[in-house]
Design a protein around this ligand. Structure first.
Ligand SMILES: [Mg+2]
Length: 303
């Protein structure tokens, strides 16, 4: 039964220390189950990429990112092109990947799910030489993320994000770009463009709520500029997944996206801010093996 070998890659600062605090219980569960496993605590940014690559080359076949979406993204960039499967438990501030694969939030259930290890291959996106497995945003959303990341003392976490959102409402200048969604170039100056394999980014913002992870296509949202009041009014809809119903939201499906910006701008890619002006999004169909859970797995356990 336990032919799988697991490596837990733990980001000790994820979720304000939440990821680290989960480990003793996970360790106990895996010992009890007699599973083959090992734990690695990362030493700083990008360390998870190296650690994951090393583990995959040693023949570990399941790597569990214990952190948030930033940790997941580093792990996946370390094991891309290998047969090693990616898993994640809810351990950070944003856990959009763990949510996308239906990983239970309850830790006992999560361990049971990990030990059951049902796999599925889902699509993998790439832009600016970085792979992603959920969603990437360019424009207003990335500017807000960048502002929040830069630190807006005394604000932290959600309040830093809200402060940055309000700040950007007044200072954000949309950038002109040529958008090619496979039907030829179109000139536009949108509020934002989001390219998704999974439905959400930024910790539950369902910007492309109809995205399917293994259909070989990106779901793309091109949001038109709107005035401040409309933006404030409509913004909460991104959490309910109803932003797509706005006339300002164009939703598309395509296997390739080219954005040519008039000047370099930030994009937010699963916890990281990158900069670029020529953004070519490519998709590798079913390019990543992940641990996948659903209700039919019947993983509910009594606690
Ligand atoms: Mg898709």
């Amino acid at each position: 039964m336990h032919l799988n070998s697991y490596k837990f890659i733990v980001n000790p600062v994820a979720g304000g220390g939440k990821a680290r605090s989960l480990m003793p219980k996970i360790e106990k569960k895996f010992k009890e189950a007699g599973a083959e496993f090992d734990i690695y605590v990362t030493k700083g940014p990008k360390d998870a990429i190296e650690a994951a690559a090393r583990a995959a080359s040693e023949g570990i076949n399941i790597i569990v990112a214990v952190g948030g979406d930033g940790t997941v993204n580093e792990v996946l960039n370390g094991i891309v092109h290998t047969e090693t499967a990616l898993a994640a438990i809810h351990g950070g501030k944003g856990n959009d990947f763990a949510t996308a694969v239906n990983m239970p939030r309850n830790l006992d259930e999560a361990c049971t799910a990990l030990l059951r290890a049902n796999t599925k291959s889902i699509d993998l996106g790439k832009v600016l030489d970085r792979y992603f497995i959920n969603s990437v945003g360019v424009g207003f959303d990335a500017a807000v993320a960048l502002r929040a990341n830069q630190g807006v003392r005394p604000f932290k976490g959600v309040s830093a994000y809200i402060y940055s959102f309000l700040n950007m409402l007044y200072s954000y200048e949309p950038v002109e770009m040529i958008i090619d969604l496979g039907n030829g170039p179109v000139q536009n100056t949108p509020l934002l463009v989001a390219v998704g394999i999974g439905t959400a980014y930024g910790g539950g913002m369902r910007i492309v709520p109809d995205a399917i992870q293994d259909d070989g296509l990106f779901d793309v949202c091109v949001m038109d500029v709107m005035n401040r009041l409309s933006l404030i009014y409509h913004f909460p809809k991104v959490f309910s997944g109803t932003l797509k119903n706005l006339e300002q939201a164009g939703m598309y499906r395509t296997s390739e996206v080219k954005l040519s910006l008039s000047e370099p701008r930030p994009l937010h890619l699963e916890g990281e801010i990158l900069f670029g002006d020529k953004l070519h999004f490519t998709l590798k169909p079913k390019g990543m093996k992940v641990l996948w859970f659903d209700d039919s797995d019947n993983i509910k356990v009594k606690v």
